[in-house]
Design a protein around this ligand. Structure first.
Ligand code: FAD
Length: 409
């Protein structure tokens, strides 16, 4: 494992840091927009506008889409440079993975599976934040078992007609475009009859209904589609071959959430203990030490990933380890903060004596255990791909979707 930058990486880091120092708001300052959006403590419209201004600045200065080809607005750089820039940006008051469903998940999927025309059409406005994206994958009967989706897509000349229901769609109401999985062939086993579409969210036939979370925010939506028409040119990858594209999107999503573990969080937690005069409390000290150790272990997992990237090796199951680890760390971080706040932790309001940042993080932590593949699903992946345990029994892999208990007709 390498802990140090190569001379080229160190030069790139210095250049990135110098640029960020000139242009990025400082952490904790009045223009800091690094937290609060997912936790539901800032107005999403205000956040999106700020994030768009920041994103345009990144594109113009050549710091957006670091691994993307220059032809689509990117920098044409390496995965390692992208990691370095994110590490540096995380120390400033900016949201690091802004417009993540688009730039961090859909972009790499279009780059890998899209036609030249799709890349030209979709990637530049995505990278600038001019067009935002949502992920229309999960359904009431398809979450961990995503291949079980029942939303139907039927070909009609040069168009596809889509009918069905999605759920937990983050940001659907505010998004311009969606990535959509639909069942185009129910006569083959479930993984083989799915098509991946790029869909304009303003097409007739969409009915988007917000779902309020316990943070008070309504990022989620139920999305109903009744005869939504999608041009055939917006199929990504092969017709009925959408599962391969979905895997690309999901592995990018997991890597993204795996990185949701900032060293500044533990520093803020220790600061809270100091402010509250609790640094002598032996039980609390143990909890703080536990959080610190977990943050360090995650950091070393990060070095492992970074070393692989530096050598050109694509990330494997280590993103599952990191995603699971991040979820558990964020849970303990929230629990420890709330233990310090005591009864004040029950108040979620800007005017509360303790503010609302920690309370909001505590309420958001369970979401990280589920989004992007639940803790149990990550453990299954680790069991199979890291420990070499036998695959989970699967009785429906070779049965046509139409013949499954809930499938088809
Ligand atoms: C914050 C957040 C944002 C999200 N955003 C989106 C989005 O934008 N678009 C989208 O499409 N989806 C989104 N989702 C949905 C998310 O992908 C699903 O919630 C997730 O895949 C789990 O699916 P499920 O909710 O149907 O739970 P289920 O799959 O029904 O799981 C229920 C329970 O059973 C366990 N379980 C299931 N299968 C197994 C197994 N094989 N072995 C062991 N345990 C198992 C799970 O771990 C869980 O505890 C989001 C979810 C969250 C929390």
């Amino acid at each position: 494992m390498d802990f140090d930058d190569t001379p080229e990486e160190a030069a790139f880091r210095a250049e990135a840091r110098a640029w960020l120092e000139r242009h990025a708001p400082v952490k904790g300052g009045p223009h800091d927009f690094s937290t609060g959006y997912l936790e539901g403590t800032v107005d999403p419209r205000v956040f999106v506008e700020r994030a768009k201004v920041w994103q345009r600045l990144l594109v113009e200065a050549g710091w957006a889409g670091i691994t993307w080809p220059r032809a689509y607005g990117g920098r044409g750089g390496t995965a390692m440079q992208s990691v370095i820039f994110s590490q540096e940006a995380a120390q400033f008051g900016v949201a690091v993975n802004t417009f993540a469903v688009g730039i961090a998940m859909t972009g790499p999927t279009i780059l890998r599976h899209g036609t030249d025309a799709q890349k030209q059409r979709f990637l530049p406005p995505m990278l600038r934040g001019d067009e935002t994206w949502c992920q229309l994958f999960s359904e009431p009967d398809a979450g961990s078992d995503l291949a079980n989706i029942a939303t139907r897509a039927e070909r009609d000349g040069d168009e596809w007609v889509v009918t069905g229901q999605k759920v937990w769609t983050s940001g659907a109401a505010e998004s311009d475009w969606g990535i959509l999985l639909a069942r185009s062939n129910p006569d083959v086993p479930k993984h083989r009859g799915i098509t991946y579409f790029l869909v304009d969210m303003r097409t007739a036939g969409f009915d988007i209904r917000p779902l309020r979370q316990m943070t008070g925010a309504a990022h989620f939506n139920e999305v109903f589609m009744d005869g939504v028409r999608i041009p055939h040119e917006n199929v990504l990858g092969d017709v009925h071959g959408g599962w391969a594209c979905a895997i690309t999107t999901l592995s990018n999503e997991r890597g993204l959430i795996a990185g949701a573990n900032r060293s500044s969080d533990i520093a803020a937690l220790v600061e809270l203990a100091r402010k509250r005069g609790r640094t002598d409390d032996p039980i609390l000290r143990q909890a703080l030490a536990d959080c610190w150790i977990r943050q360090q272990i995650q950091r070393y997992h990060g070095f492992r990933l970074q070393t692989a990237l530096s050598k050109g090796v694509p990330p494997g199951p280590e993103t599952s380890v990191m995603k699971l680890w991040a979820a558990e760390y964020l849970r303990r971080l929230g629990d420890t903060a709330l233990a310090m706040l005591g009864p004040e932790g029950t108040l979620l309001s800007e005017d509360a004596n303790a503010g609302q940042d920690w309370q909001a993080r505590f309420l958001h932590a369970p979401a990280i255990r589920i989004a992007g593949g639940s803790n149990e699903v990550q453990r299954n992946i680790m069991g199979e791909r890291v420990l070499g345990l036998p695959r989970e029994p699967s009785v429906d892999r070779d049965v046509p979707f139409r013949d499954l208990a809930k499938g088809g007709s």
